[in-house]
Design a protein around this ligand. Structure first.
Ligand code: MN
Length: 319
């Protein structure tokens, strides 16, 4: 079994459950209870699952939109700190096994920048996970310039996690089975990342590294088309879009345990831009690990994707 680092692994604490609950839909209460129990555990249950899967280290992040769905900015700022302090306590108990992604109130760019700095400098977090839009505002909004400046200064990673769109697209009407993780989140989250690329964020902040789950939310499949149309439509960027996607975005395997998209992603972005993740507890951690251990790859590439690329990004080499 190859040793692994996982970057999209979730937790929950009572202060945030009401934000998450509104997005889970009508789940059987027994299943809901089991998922909350797994999310809330930082001890034996999680560590045993990690051990079974060969995951030496996991970067933990809050499940659900969290305070990004909060309508009172002051409450959002206050609660984000509560969540980060709780996570930091768990990380400090097991620093060899856990790191944390900061949870940020993106309603207030300066507060988000300051909290990110506190999380990186004081709590030792490698970056932040942003759960999609914040009450309809995306990360390319001009008011967020102070946040991106701080991200670049700190060398922090920003992981964009899927969220429900502001309004469901009419094309999905009547097809509940296409909503959320089937198709809706991929389009929503891929579009969010493309807003940053096409909006010139990486021309302004060339050292920023963005992370995306689900093998890049379909972007690796479409690089040629982005370049071709950006030129045709006169998109004003210093480089073709594919170059930013290759140089400023890293992707994880979360919830995409399939060889064909993995091979496409490696071919499109390079094997050094791809990292393992399980998306615990929403995906089967054993299935994720078995895929990583057995998918046909040369062993150097397998070790890089499973561990080395993430260790470099998270600066974990010394542990
Ligand atoms: Mn996830």
């Amino acid at each position: 079994m190859v040793k692994k680092i996982a970057l999209e692994e979730h937790f929950m604490c009572p202060e945030f459950e009401h934000y998450w609950k509104t997005t889970v839909g009508d789940v059987d209460p027994a299943i809901y209870g089991r998922v909350v129990a797994r999310l809330s555990d930082f001890g034996d249950q999680r560590l045993e699952a990690m051990d079974r899967a060969g995951i030496e280290h996991a970067v933990l992040s809050l499940a659900g939109p969290g305070v990004q769905a909060e309508h009172d900015p002051a409450t959002a700022v206050r609660l984000a700190r509560v969540g980060n302090d709780l996570l930091a306590r768990e990380v400090q108990r097991r620093p060899d096994r856990y790191s944390g992604f900061a949870h940020l109130a993106m309603q207030d760019a300066k507060a988000a920048a300051d909290e990110l700095k506190r999380c990186v400098r004081d709590l030792g977090f490698p970056g932040a996970m942003i759960n999609g839009h914040t009450n309809g505002q995306y990360l390319d909004h001009p008011s967020l310039a102070p946040f991106w400046e701080r991200v670049q200064d700190l060398g922090a990673v920003v992981y964009i996690h899927p969220a429900d769109p502001v309004v469901p697209a009419p094309v999905l009407d009547g097809h509940k089975g296409l909503r959320r993780a089937t198709w809706e989140w991929g389009f929503e989250t891929g579009s969010h990342a493309l807003r940053l690329v096409f909006g010139g964020l990486f021309d302004r902040y060339p050292k920023v590294t963005l992370a995306l789950g689900h093998l890049g939310e379909t972007l690796p499949f479409l690089l040629w088309r982005f370049d071709s149309r950006a030129k045709l439509y006169g998109v004003n960027l210093a480089k073709p879009p594919s170059e930013y996607i290759r140089e400023n975005i890293m992707v994880t395997l979360s919830g995409m345990f399939s060889a064909e998209p993995l091979n496409c992603t490696i071919a499109a972005l390079g094997a050094d831009r791809v990292m393992f993740s399980a998306d615990y507890p929403f995906e089967q951690i054993d299935e994720a690990a078995e895929f990583m251990d057995t998918v046909p790859l040369d062993e150097k590439t397998r070790e890089d994707i499973a561990y080395n690329n993430a260790a470099r990004l998270l600066r974990l080499e010394s542990t």
